[in-house]
Design a protein around this ligand. Structure first.
Ligand SMILES: [Zn+2]
Length: 348
């Protein structure tokens, strides 16, 4: 059998059967220090899919960084078919500043496909498209909730593409959202290149949330098995997912302090109370009611709201009969988060 050709990341060749760390130069900081994009490549001996897994395109969404760190420690990656390209920190600037954005306040995930003569965000987007996406057959991009909001583990993908649907179903996140493409996002640019990609959301920014990290890492391994990079497991049934029909934000109906909020993953009936909002100098409580039957896929962990602020992200599902089945699993997920966060209960 002829030996597999090396893969090039920048000027660095990675031979078949080898694993390498490559630092791609982005641009200099004004300190003269060169900023680089760290990339880990595992180039299998045998031909197969080329999968990128990226995190921290929003620099404060760090659960994905930990998902990739744990993924790369797995011994089973030593014998993959094809190639895994892992980019744990895409927005290195935001990661240092603990910020979603680039230093000029641009959002990298609204800057694709980018160009080399544009803003720093545009330049980094273009580098990512040329050096990573252009070499791949599949992709998974990892995110968390922003602005003090936590997301239930969920896949966002365009399900009208059969290969994307296959990846989404194998991932095993409790919730799958058939999400439209956002303008100038990585997902839109990758779709334009004809490459199937999943977006995984889990947990809250600037936190390590244990269950979303575990679900994310297991999901990536499951997708690698499904697309033929790792041997299939015949015995184990993948965890059940529910497909979301529509989602809506449930907003605060008055300004005040939020209490008695239902936890992430709760299944609520129409008109069920989801939270109370109370005036800090009075005892006037206003109930926040569920506008429809659904599952809480996102919630605000900061209990201070103005009228109109988003409190919950509520999803209705294709098959409401599946809700009961999934609720125990996802409630378990949000409770283990609460434990990790020291008992404190409480977007792409
Ligand atoms: Zn994000």
């Amino acid at each position: 059998m002829p030996k597999r050709e090396p893969i090039y990341i920048g000027d660095t060749p990675v031979k078949a059967g080898e694993r390498a760390s490559v630092d791609l130069p982005i641009a200099r900081l004004y300190t003269h220090t060169e900023m680089k994009l760290p990339v880990q490549v595992i180039h299998g001996k045998k031909e197969g899919p080329v999968l990128f897994v990226s995190a921290a395109i929003h620099g404060d969404e760090i659960n994905g960084v930990e998902i990739i760190r744990r993924l790369l420690r797995l011994k089973l990656l030593n014998n993959i078919r094809g190639t895994l390209i892992a980019i744990p920190i895409v927005n290195v600037y935001g990661f240092i500043n603990r910020s979603r954005y680039l230093p000029d306040r641009r959002d990298l995930n609204r800057s694709f496909p980018g160009n080399y003569s544009g803003s720093l965000a545009s330049l980094l987007a273009k580098l990512f498209m040329d050096e990573i996406v252009a070499k791949c057959t599949h992709g998974i991009d990892l995110h968390s909730g922003s602005n003090h909001r936590a997301n239930l583990s969920q896949i966002r993908a365009t399900l009208n593409n059969p290969e994307i649907e296959r990846m989404a179903n194998s991932f095993g996140a409790p919730v799958i959202i058939n999400a439209r493409l956002r303008d100038s996002s990585l997902r839109e640019a990758v779709a334009g290149s004809g490459i199937p990609m999943l977006l995984y959301e889990g947990g809250e920014s600037l936190r390590f949330n244990e269950r979303p990290i575990t679900v994310g890492m297991n999901g990536i391994v499951a997708v690698m098995r499904e697309i033929g990079m790792l041997p299939k497991k015949t015995r184990k049934k993948p965890p059940q997912s529910v497909v979301v029909k529509a989602t809506s934000w449930v907003r605060a109906n008055k300004s005040g302090i939020v209490h008695k909020a239902v936890p992430l993953g709760s299944v609520v009936k129409k008109n069920q109370q989801m939270a109370g909002i109370i005036d800090p100098i009075g005892d006037q409580e206003e109930a926040v009611l569920a506008p429809f039957e659904g599952i809480v896929i996102g919630c605000l962990n900061l209990p201070l709201v103005h009228r109109g602020d988003a409190l919950f992200h509520l999803a209705s599902v294709e098959r409401p009969q599946d809700l009961a089945e999934i609720s125990s699993m996802v409630l378990d997920e949000s409770l283990s988060d609460a434990e990790i966060m020291g008992g404190l209960t409480s977007e792409e």
